[in-house]
Ligand binder design. Structure first.
Ligand code: NAG
Length: 775
């Protein structure tokens, strides 16, 4: 039985046979009393690496089902595995594997009974991983010179940081524009009243509630101007200057003064500015009060003038690959707002899950938000990333969704914290969950003899014989752009999203359309698309190459009808162009200056894509920098085999976002993902930002993709404290070191800046991070 089997995965060596493939092995041990037979069983597991079939020994076959679901089956040459016996299966797979988080997950076995029927899936008794101990296991390719950190190297690295006495530690992350210490202290107790101007009730209430946590008692809140002569907290909006520059409503700027006699005075250029000042005030409180309340909070007297550098300061959380609860999302919002991030990019849909209840389309969550063992079930999606095979299992974080009420609560919570939630409905690729849900709906209607109704929201052409494979190895995850039903689906979902925002009273400026990683080969064999192309020159669609543009235009029309900005991954602004015998991606002039907002993520040296962000900005697209190399928080902190995460574009620790230079991304990026110096010619030739282009850099965003984020604890591990480096770069003025041309000098300056930042993190932020939720 499944419970009698134990499996171990291990990597033998990377760069096997002088190529980018690695040697691994699976060891199967039979701890039971019955032999594992010659046939009649299939072992399933989630494993993203492609196993090379010719590397397998006789007797077994490992193949990909779809996506990351793989299966191991006996062939005719299989020798039954007797009780007490062990079978070692060596194999080679594509690329490399240097981490425990690369291991296969979620093993389960399906037996065939005497009548030839598959029996319910049974999880294996035990799954383990052979530790990575030698260099061949942890070196991706010969040029990989990044060392595996050890306790000693980490210690040495931290020792190089200069420890500062508390008095010299900057108290505030992100760093304000101006901060001047004044003499004396102000003692805040719950007897001090909060006075607020018109339109600031909510902010005053928020401040009172957060102070209650620190003081153990709630200060009073009174509308109107603060009385002269008594120390109080005063919240108003009005005209202010920041560093000598006048700030207007809409600038989210503030002035915060703390003085021994007057108490706290906050003037915002607008309500959001007041809110930011409140967060600064909270951050200036003694850290110990976060751990246990203090009746009196001593604040050092200070004057702060502050305004954000970028209007867009974002964080993406992917809840499709693994689900995260509403409570966890609220916690993320608390921390984001504490650090003055203002855009929450909610990646709600992907191949492995559709997480939002949509009225009128119940299948989206009934089918699309659940996982279980299936090869072609209409009830749920297949297991992914180790979650499955039982859709009802309590720990199946592959399953889950937000109800309308949950979503509205999240929207309200975010807007109370001056965060705009940007929902992503990722299309046309990365859409398998929606596709399968609509196929389930189709099947249900067909069974009810409703052929017309069956097709109403269908996302795929049932006659489409095109074949393709995506970077995540799906062969069925792209919606068809040539069907009316596709647009009816999008319309319905968008209408419903807009309605939920209205109900929540939350702002919605843009919807993220996704648009990433549409594989080549899609739609070419779709009769519906052939028919659309035959109607040429209608809509400028002459070949399958024009269909992506057609889809985007139609999707964007739907958004424009709701006065929404069309946002998407960089792919929405790029088109493939043949240059000589190579295919290059260049900014697509068709959508330039259309107001499209592109989120640029590919900037890996040597791919030819490193200049995408600036090319798009220069060409007229608005850009949010989402650079994988510095802002993909799902990347592992470092190369240690036990440090989980992806590393296809390098490693990302807290310093990576901190040392990111948004307006010159090639700075502090002089080494590639394997730790080698980048050819200076490559850097010199990479696209530079024009002054016009620079105005189109709206901001920066951290991304947490969730393939390896199977728990709340892991979410927090990846996001905190990396998010603090992000906040610093998104908000604080451009540091002087960013414009230092000499790389060596800059390295020293960045090192010093990082040392100071690390002191703030170590002494103030890290001890407080656990206590920020509910704030
Ligand atoms: C990319 C995919 C994303 C995936 C991530 C993992 C984008 C825009 N697309 O391949 O779905 O989760 O990388 O790091 O990032």
């Amino acid at each position: 039985r499944g419970a009698d089997l134990a499996v171990t995965w291990g990597v033998v060596e990377n760069y096997k046979k002088d190529s980018v493939r690695f040697g691994a092995e699976l060891t199967l041990e039979n701890k039971g009393t019955v032999a594992l037979g010659k046939r009649g069983w299939i072992l399933y597991f989630n494993y993203v690496n492609t196993v090379l079939p010719d590397s397998l020994p006789a007797g077994v076959k490992i193949s990909r089902v779809n996506g990351d679901l793989a299966k191991l089956e006996p062939t005719d040459a299989f020798t039954p595995l007797d009780p007490g016996k062990t079978l070692v299966i060596p194999f080679d797979a594509e690329f490399f594997a240097i981490k425990e988080s690369d291991a296969p997950l979620g093993y389960y076995i399906v037996f065939t009974d005497d009548r030839g029927q598959a029996t319910p899936p049974e999880p294996l008794g035990k799954a383990s991983i052979k530790p990575f101990t030698n260099e061949k296991q942890t070196t991706r390719v010969p040029i990989d010179v990044i060392p595996v950190p050890t306790a000693q190297t980490r210690f040495d690295e931290n020792k190089a940081l200069k420890q500062l006495p508390p008095a010299e530690v900057s108290p505030l992350v992100p760093t304000p524009v101006l901060m001047q210490a004044q003499t004396g202290q102000f003692s805040l107790t719950s007897a001090v009243t909060i006075h607020h101007g018109a339109g600031l009730e909510r902010e005053a209430g928020f401040l009172a509630a957060s102070l209650e946590k620190l003081l153990g008692a709630k200060p009073g809140v009174v509308a109107g101007a603060a009385p002269q002569g008594t120390a109080s907290i005063s919240l108003t909006t009005g005209s202010i200057t920041v560093g000598g520059q006048a700030k207007q409503s809409g600038d989210a700027a503030y002035k915060l003064t703390i003085s021994p006699a007057q108490g706290v005075s906050i003037v915002g250029s607008d309500v959001t500015g007041v809110f930011h000042a409140i967060q600064s005030l909270r951050a200036l409180a003694p850290v110990a009060a976060y751990q246990s309340a203090q009746a009196t909070l001593a604040f050092d007297a200070v004057t702060i003038e502050d305004a954000p550098r970028f209007a867009y300061r974002g964080m993406l959380i992917d809840v499709a690959r693994h689900f995260q609860t509403k409570e966890e999302i609220l916690k993320v919002l608390d921390v984001m707002s504490f650090y003055k991030l203002n855009k929450f990019h909610f990646h709600l849909t992907d191949d492995e899950g559709f997480r939002l209840e949509v009225k009128g389309l119940p299948e989206l969550t009934e089918v699309g938000s659940r996982r279980g063992h299936t090869l072609d079930s209409r009830d749920f999606l297949q297991p992914a990333f180790g979650f499955g095979p039982d859709p009802a299992a309590k720990d199946n974080v592959g399953s889950g969704h937000y109800t309308r009420a949950d979503f509205i609560e999240i929207l309200k919570y975010a807007s109370e914290r001056h965060i705009e939630v940007i929902p992503e409905l990722d299309l046309p690729g990365h859409a398998r969950a929606a596709i399968k849900s609509m196929l389930a709906r189709h099947a249900k209607r067909m069974a009810a003899n409703d052929a017309a109704g069956a097709k109403e929201f269908l996302l795929t052409d049932l006659e489409d014989k095109s074949t393709y494979v995506t970077p995540q190895f799906w062969n069925d995850n792209v919606v068809n752009p040539c069907l009316d039903s596709t647009y009816k689906f999008i319309n319905t979902v968008i209408d419903e999203i807009v309605a939920m925002y209205k109900e929540a009273g939350a702002p919605l400026q843009s919807i993220h359309t996704g648009g990433d990683e549409v594989p080549s080969g899609v739609w070419v064999e779709s009769p519906a698309c052939k028919a659309l192309i035959a109607k040429a020159p209608g809509d400028g669609i002459e070949s399958a190459d024009d269909l992506s543009g057609h889809f985007l235009r139609e999707y964007s029309k739907i958004l424009t009808a709701h006065q929404l900005i069309t946002a998407g991954w960089e792919e929405i602004g790029l088109k493939k162009v043949k240059v000589g015998d190579k295919v290059e991606k260049q900014p697509n002039p068709v959508f330039a200056n259309s107001g499209f907002r592109t989120f640029v993520w590919n900037n890996i040296w040597g791919t030819g894509e490193e200049g995408n962000a600036y090319e798009l900005a220069n060409a007229g697209y608005t850009v949010v920098l989402s650079n994988a190399t510095n802002l993909y928080f799902d990347f592992a902190y470092d190369k240690h085999p036990l440090e989980p995460g992806a590393y296809w574009g390098g490693f990302v620790d807290t310093r990576k976002p901190f040392e990111f230079v948004p307006l010159d991304i090639y700075k502090n990026a002089e080494k590639d993902q394997f730790g080698n110096p980048v050819n200076p010619a490559l850097i010199a030739n990479a696209a530079k930002l024009t002054p016009e282009g620079a105005k189109r850099i709206l901001g920066i965003q951290g991304q947490l993709w969730a393939e390896t984020v199977g728990s709340q604890a892991l979410l927090e591990h990846y996001v905190f404290p990396k998010l603090l480096g992000l906040a610093e770069r998104a908000w604080a003025p451009d540091p002087a070191w960013a414009s230092e041309p000499d790389a060596a000098k800059r390295a020293t300056q960045v090192g010093e800046a990082w040392s100071r930042f690390a002191n703030t993190l170590g002494q103030r932020d890290l001890p407080r991070l656990d206590h920020l939720s509910g704030g």
